[in-house]
Design a protein around this ligand. Sequence first.
Ligand code: UDP
Length: 340
Amino acid sequence: MDRKTVLVSGGAGYIGSHVTVELNEAGYEVIIADNFSNCDKTNYNGVCAICGKQFPLIEMDFCDLNAVRKLFSENKIDAVIHFAAFKAVGESVAEPLKYYTNNLNSFLNILQVSKEKGCNVLFSSSATVYGEPDSLPVNEKSERKPCTSPYGNSKQICEDFLRDCVNAYPQIKGIALRYFNPIGAHPSALIGELPRGVPQNLVPYITQTAIGKRECLSIFGNDYPTEDGTCLRDYIDIVDLAKVHVCAVSRMLKGEMKQPYEIFNVGTGRPLSVLELVTTFEKVNGLKLNYKIAPRRDGDVCAVWCDPSLAEKELGWKASRSIEDTLRSAWQWERRLAGK
Ligand code: UDP
């Protein structure tokens, strides 16, 4: 059988590595491209160990149009999944040019070459495009709100780039997946999230506190208008999230899209508070976490979770791993990193 080839830009990162494993399992050839600006080879090596094979690894920067053209000329690429982007919200506020230059140019180059070659494009977007929603849960028709960070803005702009290119160039089809809060690690504990420096996200901060790398978790605000006063989010397991990419790629390659540009929310549809998540982490892993209540963090929305029914109806995908298993996997990964 002629196996289809998927290019995964940023394939050595947290989401890209999990997606590579699922694509391989589903029978796709995968080419990983990464410039290792925000990760080392740990996840790449983990992916090869899980799958029992070496994946082609191209070290390159997607801001280099000639390099992107060369990659597409030397390989027959049926679809590209684009993860290669900077993702730290706070840093993007301090260094907007760094974020706009990298996140926009790399995607423009992918679109340019996809237009030249006729390639399907899957863009990794984010729930951040919904901002503070007027009503919950959000569905794909909910309004996008002006973003408070250049990171969030770059996601909105890239969605628009994709929509406009798909509308103008019939040889490109596009899907944007809007992730809610991806957490956890592969059950093998061979791949997972590897934050550089102090983690900005909740779960890596929790696991690093539990292992003793951080002294105390700060819970940002307990005076929100929610049941326990802490923020509500839709935490989606990383393996579940990886699987939806396989469904989306297959939909594009089999010509099953209903429109040339489609958007899907990727979440569980179940809101969880920060305190509930912390308590569940403690319970399933049999430990006590050192935490304190701290002031609200600038830019945080009170609550956001999604209606995931469109992805279920159109892609046949639904989150299935329990929050307990996800939080166990996050802890196993942290322990493995620490050699414990
Ligand atoms: N959060 C927290 N302490 C931390 C990191 C995050 O209390 O050290 C909270 C944050 O205020 C938010 C939730 O955890 O309510 C999820 O934050 P994260 O940064 O993981 O994702 P976001 O929803 O901001 O994209």
